[in-house]
Design a protein. Structure first.
Length: 608
């Protein structure tokens, strides 16, 4: 399921960065023909690779663990191929543009998204259809092909429930007649706060609907069921219901827990697991799920998603800025063709896609593996011995055909988990040490994510790339108008904001040669000569001369402030105080700044 969460995030990102504003340039048949042909080739390839796997299963030359690993790897490979074909459908076969022509779909992005995702699900259903014989043979279940595909759909669709509800709310807010709401939603702060609050509230109540969607029912009364309920009560565990999990007709050997608040918290246990494990082993499984709640792992998962969301806002902007610095990409959209623009947006989304995969696969995956280890150790502590947790892991691995030696990105291998549990038996303080290590690592993660969020959204990285884009745009215009003083003035201002003082000084000098009466250039150069961080660039005497010329041309508060600063750095304190008082008297804004300047001058040079 965790793999599919990443797949759907990638698919939604690819779909949302497409360029749907203009109508399709081709006929429907021109887009539909390659789309159908690509699916036929995909279906043939899926049938071929799963056919080979099924042949190996029948020959029985490889162990079940290896075959299970091959099955999982094939699913991953074909799912990635499905994402690639979906990308072609969106960016080359005009899928989103055709969907936007359906009445009402342009106003409601959620409707476009549902049909767009239906195409991706069609590719996934193709995989599941041809994978069914291999699945039955490896996992030794008698589930029919139709039930297998339906179970996959029922299992995976809840992943999209948060996106579906969030998109619907966004569409409603976009149609709101109140401009204040739209202004808040279009700001970075507004979107972050809205997304964070909404997703937390949604995750709190969503399990209620998911368990109904999966068709979960209260666990029927039996000796095992009564012992499990008693076990939960004895440990003071708060939950809403202990339910059967009928996914894949209840034949999947699994258990799980949903809900960050007790009122909407459900423990799910598949029928096959109830039959396969003893009462004590089932208690160990429940204790493992209790461990996830004890250490608030479900809440941490929400924080991981919010963390990526905060990063993604800045990454998206920076990707666009960097694209503008690459002339080759700008040429793609210069002609105004929708397909070229779509390719442009696909290219600029690549940093987002790479960061998404790295973040979830390696950063979140790292914590997920150690969260599972925390839950294992907690289970052993609750049971008083790791033996029942070990038995449950070994039984599940054996009956499900999983290899004991092969890990995945969100779980350590069974062998590693068992070995660590055996260490817990020999080292009683292992749980405490592991909890402390996870806590410290999470604090490091929070510091890193907060730092990156600041750099990408508000810090020097975003500011520098913004100015770099402006610089590039100005330079392009200067190639067309090399004598345009306003463009040079803008370029010098950008250099000054970027801290490129030497380049700014050179441009200001060039402006004054072109137009000796350009007051803004005289003022800005005077300020730079008076206050440059590079002291080799300072020239206090010339700063006074230039500032006086600027004030003669325009006696504004800002120019008077520059003259006062120039007097100040030359040691002419009386002139500096007199001039800044005049600026303060004529100013209508930034009063606090001029008052601070006056106090600084009156103190006689603190900081100089």
């Amino acid at each position: 399921m965790f793999n599919n969460i990443i797949y759907f995030i990638v698919v939604l990102l690819i779909y949302n960065v497409s360029f749907p504003d203009s109508p399709p340039e081709d006929f429907l048949t021109v887009s539909l023909g390659p789309l159908v042909l690509s699916w036929i080739v995909f279906a043939f390839y899926c049938a071929r690779v799963f056919g080979r796997l099924f042949q190996r299963i029948r020959e029985g030359e490889e162990s079940e663990g290896i075959l299970t690993d091959r099955y999982q790897r094939l699913n991953v490979r074909l799912s990635v191929l499905a994402i690639f074909l979906f990308t072609l459908a969106v960016h080359f076969f005009n899928l989103k543009q055709w969907l936007s022509l359906i009445p009402g779909f342009r106003q409601f992005s959620v409707l476009q998204g549902i049909l767009g995702l239906a195409v991706f699900f069609f590719y996934l259903c193709t995989i599941w259809y041809v994978a069914h014989p291999a699945y039955r043979a490896i996992f030794r279940v008698g589930i029919s092909r139709g039930s297998f595909i339906l179970s996959q759909l029922r299992f995976n669709l809840p992943i999209l429930f948060p996106w579906l509800i969030l998109s619907f709310v966004y569409d409603l807010l976009a149609l709101s007649p109140w401009p204040g709401i739209n202004a808040v939603m279009n700001s970075v702060y507004g979107q972050m706060v809205f997304f964070a609050v909404f997703i937390i509230l949604l995750m709190a109540v969503l399990p209620k609907f998911i368990q109904s969607w999966w068709g979960c029912k209260p666990l029927p009364s039996s000796e095992k069921a009564d012992l499990l309920r008693l076990f939960l009560a004895e440990n003071g565990f708060k939950y809403r219901g202990l339910l059967t999990w009928p996914i894949f007709e209840g034949r999947m050997l699994t258990a799980g827990i949903m809900g960050i608040v007790p009122r909407y918290r459900y423990i799910l246990v598949a029928d096959s697991l109830l039959k396969a494990l003893s009462a004590d082993e089932l208690k160990a499984v429940l204790a493992h799920e209790m461990g996830h709640v004890r250490y608030r792992h479900l809440f941490f998962y929400i924080l991981f998603f919010i963390g990526f969301m905060v990063l993604s806002f800045g990454l998206a902007d920076i990707s666009i800025y960097l694209a503008f610095l690459w002339p080759g990409l700008m040429d793609l959209i210069a002609g105004g063709e929708a397909r070229s623009a779509s390719i442009f947006y696909l290219i600029i989304s690549l940093p987002m896609l790479i960061s998404l995969l790295v973040y979830f696969r390696f950063v979140m995956g790292f914590f997920m593996r150690h969260f599972e280890r925390q839950a294992d150790l907690y289970s052993a502590a609750v049971m008083g011995t790791p033996i029942f947790t070990i038995r449950s892991l070994e039984t599940i691995a054996f009956l499900s055909g999983k290899s004991r030696d092969i890990p995945n990105w969100h779980h350590f291998s069974i062998r590693e988990r068992v070995a660590y549990l055996k260490r817990a038996y020999q080292e009683p303080d292992l749980l405490r040490r592991h909890n402390r290590a996870v806590f410290i690592l999470f604090l490091i993660y929070l510091v890193c994510i907060a730092g990156l969020a600041y750099l990408f959204n508000w810090g020097p990285v975003k500011r520098y790339t913004t100015y770099a884009v402006i610089e590039q745009a100005i330079r392009r215009e200067l190639t067309k108008e090399p004598q345009n003083v306003e463009l040079y003035l803008s370029l010098a201002t950008v250099y000054q904001q970027m801290g490129k003082e030497r380049e700014a000084l050179r441009i200001y000098e060039q402006i004054i040669r072109l137009d000796p009466y350009r007051a803004a250039a005289l003022n800005n150069l005077a300020w730079l000569l008076a206050t440059a961080s590079d002291r080799d660039l300072r020239d206090p005497d010339r700063a006074v001369e230039l500032a006086k010329r600027a004030v003669t041309l325009e006696r504004s508060p800002g120019f008077l402030d520059t003259l006062a600063e120039a007097y100040f750095v030359n040691g002419c304190l009386e002139d500096a105080i007199k001039t800044i008082k005049e600026a303060l008297a004529t100013a209508t804004e930034n009063m606090g700044y001029y008052e601070r300047q006056l106090k600084r001058f009156e103190k006689g040079g603190a900081g100089h």
